[in-house]
Each structure stands twice: as C-alpha cells, then as structure tokens.
Design a protein around this ligand. Structure first.
Ligand code: UDP
Length: 380
C-alpha cells in the first residue's frame, strides 16, 4: 500500500512512553502494525521517542509532561510550538497523504486552519468530551477533518459538531505484552490493582475505601500529577498541591494508604507493570467518569486478569459481565464484586483480548478509516 501518514503524537511524552501514557501507548502499538501493512509513518513527537518509524518531526528534545502543571497559557504555548513544527513540515512537503492527529483541540484547530493546503486529517478523540463542549468549537476544517473515537460510548457523548464529523470508532488495542502466551505467567497473588493516573475520575479513593472494607490488599499504580515516584512527590513539598490530582491524592486517597493493605507504588513500567497486572486477582476500575477508551482495561484482559468496574463509559463495550469481568452501576456493590472476582477465568480474558483487541485488529480498522477519510476529503 502506498500511503504516507503523519502520526501526530504531541509533545508530552516520548513514544513508547516511559511508563504512564495512554495515547502514546496506543501509537506505539499501532505504528508497527501499520508499517507491516505497508504504510509509511512520519512521527511528530519528541526527539527522545525511540519507536521505529520512517521519519521523525520533532520540536522538543524530551517529553514535556512535567510542564503540565504550569499555568494554562504556558501549557498551550508548548502545544502550539509543537504544532508549529508540524505545520511547517506540512507546508514544506506534499508527500503526506493523511495526518492522524492525537493531540487535543489545539492540534485539530491548527491543522484545520491550514485550509485547503492541509492533507486530510483523521483526529482520534481520546477524552470524554461531554464536559468540554467548547473544546472543539472551532471545527472549521470542513470535509478535510474527520473524527473517530475510541468507543461508541465516548462518541455518543461528544458534542454534536464532532459527531457530525465522525467516521466511526475503533477500540483501543492492547499495547506491548499482548503476546502473554510466550511469557511465563506469574501465579495469581492475593491482591487487587488499580492501574492508571491517580485522578478523581479513576476513583482510587473509592477503591482504597472498599479494599479496606473487605480486607483485600490493593496496589495503586500510576502517577500523581507529574510525580511518578512517591519520593518525588514527597520532595516536591507544598508547591505540588497546585496540581488538582496531587490535592485529590493527599485529601482523598492518602488517608487510606497505610503502606500495608493499601499501597501506592508510583508509576510502574515494562515487565514490572505487566507482572503486577498479571499477578493481580482482579483489576479494579471504580470509575467516576465515563472512561473513553480504557487501555488499562484491555491490558488487564490480555494479561489474564479479570476486571471489576463501575459500568461507565466504554466498560460495557469491553467487558462481558460474568465472563471477563464484573460490572455494576452501584458503587457499594463493587465491594461484593471484589470478593466474587476469583470465580472468573483468566484464560477466558486472554482469549477475548486475543480475538478482539490485538494490534493487528486495530491497525486494519485504522487503515479502513484512512481510506474512508481520504475518499470523503475533497481537495480543491
Ligand atoms: N500505565 C503505566 N504505568 C502506570 C500507570 C499507567 O504504564 O503506572 C499505562 C497503562 O498501562 C495504560 C496507560 O498508561 O497503557 C493509561 O491509559 P488508559 O487509557 O487506561 O488511561 P488514561 O489515558 O485515561 O490515563
């Protein structure tokens, strides 16, 4: 296939990401499969990205994740600088058939503003947009900009303007160690895990409370704001509290973290992350937001770990209640489900992931969307 795609990963983290990084993990999973299908990939990211691609466009040397707690205008400045680099590159060449954009509204608006010179754009929504109806207010790319989401639930909640531009949804696939069959499986331990950013939407406070109520050990893995290790957060002092996720952690989660039954281990990566996830009795998602794509949900399945979750966002699309996990709309009922999770069969979870959520399945779906976008984008 002769297709050249500019994959815009943004300036926040390298690809693959050092640990936490939902969007960057998706890109790291997607790109090798696209290249296997013959797509040329030009990656717009940061220079420290190590993902093999055909070409790189970079503005920043390293991921700017640490700057996300700075004032909003500075954060936008970083986005704009990165997009400036992408747009300059696009102006200078005519071999890009399509831009696959993953960077929130700023990226899309900038590309749309290039007008008819811009290649067609497929923008993948990674967030729950119901609370941000204005974020994409200026969607003026007309036919040239198309949108896809990572779940049907996410698209259904997106602002109308976006839904009118949508070409469908593609479930996130499972990054990295999908091929769990080739690796020795650690025995299941007697603990639960919540893998993800520490954030009110992800509900670590609920999980910690419930785990203590039922007396099952719980591991919380993930960054608190820009802080990846407990010692980094401790060293940051009071200034760190400017970050809302840090405040959430201190006010709502930390009181339950006793270092024994409930532990926060910081960000985990690579083999350590996979082993921790594979060894858990269940992965818990006590969500308080409408989870748009749930990479960590799919990763749990791929590693043979059943999911216990609130039935929000994409969860009912990813998990079959009673087979690959247990879902409930009732926060209190989660405690009972935690205890019942051991009846679920981890191998069934792996089979489901191998059938529905492989990188190859995701890449084929995206190539289909690229074709659709290119056919419908009118060039002057
Ligand atoms: N993640 C990780 N280490 C951590 C916490 C998270 O590698 O300590 C990864 C996780 O495996 C997943 C991604 O970060 O691939 C989070 O993506 P998800 O869609 O679950 O959440 P969000 O993008 O909303 O943060």
């Amino acid at each position: 296939m002769s297709l050249t795609v500019l994959m815009n990963a943004g300036p926040w983290l390298s690809v693959p990401p050092p640990g936490y990084g939902g969007i960057e993990n998706v890109i790291a999973t997607l790109v090798p499969e696209l290249r296997r299908l013959g797509v040329r990939v030009v990656l717009a990211s940061v220079d420290s990205s190590t993902l093999p691609v055909d070409e790189k466009i970079t503005v920043f040397g390293d991921g700017q994740f640490h700057a996300l707690q700075r004032p909003y205008n500075q954060v936008c400045g970083i986005s704009q600088a990165h997009l400036g680099g992408v747009v300059r590159a696009l102006h200078a060449r005519d071999d890009i058939d399509l831009v696959h954009d993953h960077v929130e509204a700023v990226g899309l608006a900038t590309l749309a503003a290039m007008g008819p010179q811009a290649p067609p754009v497929l923008h993948t929504l990674h967030w729950d947009l119901a609370k941000h109806p204005d974020l994409y207010g200026n969607l003026d790319g007309g036919d040239r900009v198309r949108v896809n989401g990572v779940s049907a639930a996410q698209l259904a909640r997106a602002p109308r303007a976006l839904r009118e531009h949508s070409v469908g949804h593609v479930h996130l696939s499972t990054p990295l160690a999908v091929d769990a069959d080739r690796r020795p499986r650690p025995d299941k331990g007697d603990y639960l895990i919540i893998l993800g950013r520490i954030n009110p939407g992800k509900g670590q406070d609920v999980g910690a409370r419930l785990a203590r109520r039922v007396g099952v050990p719980l591991v919380l893995a993930g960054p608190v704001g820009p802080y990846h290790r407990p010692q980094d957060l401790a060293a940051a002092g009071d200034e760190a509290r400017q970050n809302p996720d840090v405040r959430f952690f201190y006010d709502e989660v930390a009181p339950h973290v006793d270092g024994d039954l409930v532990r926060w281990v910081g960000t985990v990566a690579g083999q350590e992350r996979d082993d921790l996830l594979a060894g858990a009795r269940a992965a818990l998602f006590p969500l308080r937001w409408e989870e748009p794509g749930g990479t960590a949900v799919v990763e749990s399945l791929a590693l043979g770990t059943p999911v216990v979750a609130t039935a929000r966002g994409c969860l009912p699309e990813l998990i079959e209640h009673g087979r690959t996990g247990l879902l409930t709309a009732d926060e209190d009922e989660l405690a009972d489900l935690l205890l019942a999770a051991s009846v679920l069969d981890g191998d069934e979870c792996r089979r489901e992931a191998a059938r529905r959520f492989t990188p190859a399945v995701m890449a084929r779906a995206y190539v289909g969307l690229y074709e659709q976008v290119r056919q419908t984008a009118s060039r002057p």
